[in-house]
Structures are given as structure tokens and as C-alpha cells.
Design a protein around this ligand. Sequence first.
Ligand code: IPE
Ligand code: IPE
Ligand code: MG
Length: 246
Amino acid sequence: MGFKEQIDLARLPEHIAIIMDGNGRWAQNQGKFRHFGHESGVLSVKDVVEGCVEIGVKYLTMYTFSTENWNRPVEEVNALMELFISTINQETDTLNKNNIKLNAIGDIASLPQKCIDDLASAMEKTSGNTRCTLTLALSYSAKWELVEAAKKLARQVAEQKIAIEDINEKNFEAQLTTVNIPDPELVIRTSGEHRISNFLLWQMAYTELYFTDTLWPDFRREDLFEAIVDFQKRERRFGKTSEQLN
Ligand code: IPE
Ligand code: IPE
Ligand code: MG
């Protein structure tokens, strides 16, 4: 039996987030330039997005470029920006065909202007879609997001729109870039690295983490289904005891 058949569709995670890692090593293992790995990684993105739509996952968030990734060699950064632009433009029609809404989180203003414009246009063209929301984390880091949220609340206090005593988890959360998106139940990281790398720190407070040695360009929907099957075997206790749950 394949992994897809083992999935309990009634207990599907509503939101899956993925740290897509290992493109560079995948390419270098074959004696190729790192960029070849990034290009090949796009095929994995497409397959995984289709896999989510196939089984009914409502939200998929992909860690595409971190704040820290700006520190990579300028040629690699430029190649990645070009790849984002061409992929966004090439895939907009397919997103519409599959009823997928494109969303982006991160310091979007720091991206090249063409990337900002094409992203805005693709988001506008897909804004009415309802089957799945695909969020790209671009120039994203959780610490950046949390500091921005703190600034927004501080501004509201300074303008006397809210009292300090009234700050709570709910109105703090409302300042995050993921507003209106439920927290991910499952986060997958590929390539054998066991770390979070500044991704969704607030939203991941109670997320199930799944690590695989598979490098991102080798990852396909069957690997996603395997991760979901693993997720569904876990007991999520949220601080309670097992007895309380059963
Ligand atoms: C992930 O693959 C893609 C991005 C971070 C943009 P890497 O480029 O980090 O690949 P490795 O980790 O060096 O193999
Ligand atoms: C994390 O991958 C960021 C993305 C997947 C976009 P990195 O390859 O940049 O992570 P570190 O620096 O090795 O932790
Ligand atoms: Mg990496």
C-alpha cells in the first residue's frame, strides 16, 4: 500500500510548512553548480503543491529565501531572484487552473523591484482562488517578523489605540505576517539538517517536526504523503496527559 492510501483524510493537517533544504548539495553531488539544484528544486515545489491539492491540504507554506540567505555570494542570490521571477510568471496559469491562491510573507520590499511587481501581479491574479493557499516565505525570518509585530503594537500604544495591559497573545498574533493562516500542524525539513533556521518561531510553538535526509530536489508528493502518515501516528498532547486525551 502506498503512503497516500494510508492517510486518514479526516485527520489531515490543515497547514503544512516546508523548509526546502539541500539544493546546493544535490547539485554538488553531481559535480554541477548550486544553481542547478535550485532549478531542480522548482520541480519538487510543483509536485508537492499538486500533492497537497490532490489530498486536500488547505495551506502550504514554503521557506523559499531567508533573511540570512542575503549573505550568500551575490551570483547565487541574483540567480535565485531570477528563478523566483521566472517561476512565479510561468506558474500563475497553473495556480489558477488548480484554484490555488498565491501569498507571500517576509520583507517583500527588500526584493528586486521586478520580483515585487511580478509577485504582486500573480497574487492579484490568484486572489479569488479557494482550494489551497500557497505561501512563499521570501526574505523571511521569524525574528524579523516578531520585531515588526512588536513595533506595530508599540505604535498602537503610542497612539493610545490600545493599553499595554491589553496586549495579549491574540492581538500580538494579529500583527504577524501569517494573520488569517492557522498555525502549521506539521513542518517538514529536508536534507538531514535538524534545525529551524529562523522559520515561523511563534507559529511553530506546538508544531510537529518531521526531518528527512532526502535532499529537496529529490522530494516528491510521495515523500509528503509519508510525512503525513508519520504525523498521523503521533499523539499531540498540548501539555495534557495521554490519559486525558483518551
Ligand atoms: C535550499 O537549499 C535553498 C535555499 C536556501 C534558497 P540550499 O541552497 O541551502 O542547499 P544546501 O543546504 O547548501 O545543500
Ligand atoms: C533555510 O535553509 C532557508 C530556506 C530553506 C530558504 P538554509 O540552507 O539557508 O539554512 P541554514 O543556514 O543551513 O540553517
Ligand atoms: Mg541549506
